[in-house]
Design a protein around this ligand. Structure first.
Ligand code: S6P
Ligand code: ZN
Length: 190
């Protein structure tokens, strides 16, 4: 099982396989199944049915060995599977960095969206291979697969920023992304 390096991390090269959406050397990989996304989809019954029906993997997060500690700069690749639950597109849990710091995402494969919310306003960036999405300090962020194939992106973020998942459960994300006949649309938070 790959592990994080012990800080301070010595200089090293990371092989970035854009096609495979992988980093080498590898750190740990986190797997998020439908059951891990409790309370996040608007349609609770549809979420329960999906958990009962095989509890599918919704996304995976593969890290490099750089750990999430202050002054280090971790990277990870998230791959979100295509799908909907109650019409809502599959997505990450979403979080805010309690120690407000910026973050960047680079689209690698597939089609996605980067939804951000500062507690008052929400913003959406369409993510495609080659798009860099900038997340300013203090904005909660969630990624959405808007296509019909896996959507992958690289994230680079300050290791001391922390992750607050409760903030999203308490405040929401300002909007939700749904599948439509012609693609996808954002609807007001519910
Ligand atoms: C970390 C960065 C990403 C997410 C990943 C999963 O700051 O934003 O690596 O952790 O996309 O999303 P979540 O909301 O489950 O952490
Ligand atoms: Zn983040």
């Amino acid at each position: 099982m790959p592990a994080f390096a012990t800080p301070p991390v010595a200089p090293f090269a990371i092989s970035f396989d854009h096609e495979a959406a992988r980093l080498e050397p590898e750190g740990p990989t986190l797997t998020r199944r439908m059951s891990d996304l409790e309370g996040l989809f608007a349609d609770h019954e549809a979420w329960q049915a999906a958990v009962a029906d095989g509890d599918p993997v919704v996304y995976r997060v593969q890290s490099s060995p750089v750990p999430e500690v202050d002054r280090e700069l971790p990277q990870s690749i998230t791959t979100i599977e295509p799908g909907t639950t109650g019409g809502e597109l599959w997505m990450t849990k979403g979080h805010q960095h309690p120690n407000h710091q910026g973050e960047i995402y680079l689209g690698l494969h597939g089609a996605g969206g980067l939804l951000m919310y500062d507690g008052t306003r929400h913003e959406w960036i369409d993510m495609a291979p080659g798009t860099i999405g900038y997340i300013p300090p203090g904005w909660a962020h969630r990624s959405v697969n808007t296509g019909d194939e896996p959507y992958s992106f690289l994230a680079v973020y300050p290791g001391g920023a922390g992750h607050d998942y409760g903030w999203v459960l308490e405040h929401g994300m300002g909007a939700r992304a749904y599948r439509t006949a012609s693609g996808h649309e954002l609807r007001p938070w519910s």
